[in-house]
Design a protein around this ligand. Structure first.
Ligand SMILES: Nc1ncnc2c1ncn2[C@@H]1O[C@H](COP(=O)(O)OP(=O)(O)OP(=O)(O)O)[C@@H](O)[C@H]1O
Ligand SMILES: [Mg+2]
Length: 298
C-alpha cells in the first residue's frame, strides 16, 4: 500500500486574507517557502468535504483533467483542505456567472439557487462569444465537457456558476490578453461527503448506491424550463447524444483508465480522516458512475 497523503499544518502567521466568495469558511495563506497562495477550507462538521476535495483532485489527475492542486490540511487543530491558487502570475479569474452575464441575453448572474439559465447550451454559447476563433471556442467547450464528466464520475452536484470560470492574462497595457478555462476547482460536494455512516451503511446493505447517484441534482441544467437540474450522470448521458464531438472524447478518457486506481487513491486518505463506511461508499459510487459512463460510449 502506498503512503498516506501528507497533511499540511497551516501556521497562524501564514494567513494572508479571508475569502468571502462561496459558502464555507476559508482563508488564503502563504507558507514560508512558497511563492504561491493556498486557500484553506474548513470542512463542515460531520462531513467529508476535505477528503472529497482531495480524492476528486487525485481522480482528476489520473484522468488528465486540469484541476487545482489539493492537499489535506489542518489549522489550529481543525481539519480541512488546501487548494493552490491558479489566479496568479497576472491571471485573473472570471466566474461563470460573470462570463454568462456578458455573453448570454438576460442571464441573471446574481441568482444563487435554481438558476435554470445555467444550462450547458448557454455555457457553450458563452464560449462561442468569448472566443472569436472557432478552434479556441471548441477547446474551451471540450475542457468544460471534461469537467462535467469528472463531476459525473465523482458525483459532484455543485458545479454552479461560481464553481467554474475563465482565466484572463493581460498582455501589455490595453485590453489584449489570453483567455482560457480555469482549472477545475471546488469538488467538496461529491463522493457522498454529506452522508452519515449509518445512511451510507444502509445504502450499501440495500445495494442502492446507484439510486443515490441517479437521484443527485446537479447545478448545470439541461433546459431553462426545468425546475431542477439533472444528476451529473444524466447531464452527461444527454450531452453525449447532443454534443458527441465534445463529450465522447471526455468520456472515453475515463474508459481508458483502470478502475483499480480508485481504491489506490481512496486508501491513501490517512486512516483516521475517513471512516471505513465512507471509503466503501465513495468507492461504490465511483465504480457505479464509471460503469454508467462506459455504457454511454459503447
Ligand atoms: N485554486 C483556486 N485558485 C484561485 N481561486 C480559487 C481557487 N479555489 C477557489 N477559488 C476562489 O475562491 C472561491 C471559493 O472557493 P470554493 O468555491 O472552493 O469555496 P466554497 O465555499 O466551497 O464554495 P461553494 O459556495 O461553491 O460551496 C471560488 O469561487 C473562487 O473564486
Ligand atoms: Mg465554490
Amino acid at each position: 500500500m502506498a503512503d498516506p497523503y501528507r497533511i499540511v499544518e497551516v501556521k497562524p502567521e501564514w494567513v494572508v486574507d479571508r475569502e468571502d466568495m462561496g459558502t464555507k469558511t476559508k482563508f488564503w495563506y502563504r507558507g514560508p517557502d512558497s511563492e504561491v497562495e493556498w486557500l484553506f477550507k474548513y470542512s463542515r462538521p460531520n462531513t467529508g468535504e476535505h477528503w472529497a476535495e482531495k480524492i476528486a483532485a487525485e481522480v482528476a489527475s489520473v484522468l488528465g483533467v486540469r484541476h487545482a492542486k489539493v492537499e489535506l490540511a489542518q489549522f489550529e487543530g481543525e481539519r480541512g483542505s488546501a487548494t493552490e491558487s491558479f489566479a496568479r502570475g497576472g491571471r485573473a479569474l472570471y466566474h461563470g456567472n460573470e462570463v454568462l452575464e456578458w455573453t448570454v441575453g438576460d442571464y441573471d448572474s446574481k441568482k444563487k439557487f435554481h438558476q435554470s439559465q445555467h444550462t450547458l447550451a448557454n455555457i457553450f454559447e458563452g464560449m462561442d462569444r468569448v472566443f472569436v476563433r472557432p478552434e479556441a471556442a471548441s477547446r474551451a467547450k471540450r475542457t468544460l465537457a471534461e469537467y462535467a464528466v469528472l463531476d459525473a464520475l465523482i458525483g459532484n452536484t455543485d458545479r454552479h456558476h461560481e464553481n467554474w470560470g475563465l482565466l484572463w492574462r493581460r498582455e501589455g497595457d490595453g485590453l489584449r490578453g489570453i483567455v482560457f478555462v480555469a482549472p477545475s476547482f471546488d469538488h467538496a460536494t461529491s463522493l457522498g461527503r454529506e452522508l452519515l455512516d449509518d445512511r451510507r451503511d444502509r445504502f450499501l446493505a440495500e445495494n442502492r448506491v446507484g439510486s443515490y447517484a441517479e437521484k443527485g441534482r446537479g447545478a448545470i441544467y439541461w433546459s431553462e424550463n426545468e425546475r431542477r437540474g439533472p444528476s451529473p450522470l444524466e447531464l452527461v448521458r444527454r450531452a453525449v447524444r447532443t454534443y458527441p464531438d465534445l463529450f465522447r472524447p471526455a468520456v472515453l478518457k475515463i474508459v481508458e483508465i483502470d478502475a483499480s486506481v480508485f481504491s489506490q487513491i481512496v486508501e491513501r486518505i490517512p486512516p483516521d480522516w475517513m471512516t471505513f463506511s465512507a471509503r466503501e461508499f465513495a468507492l461504490k459510487l465511483l465504480y457505479y458512475n464509471y460503469e454508467q459512463l462506459k455504457e454511454m460510449v459503447w
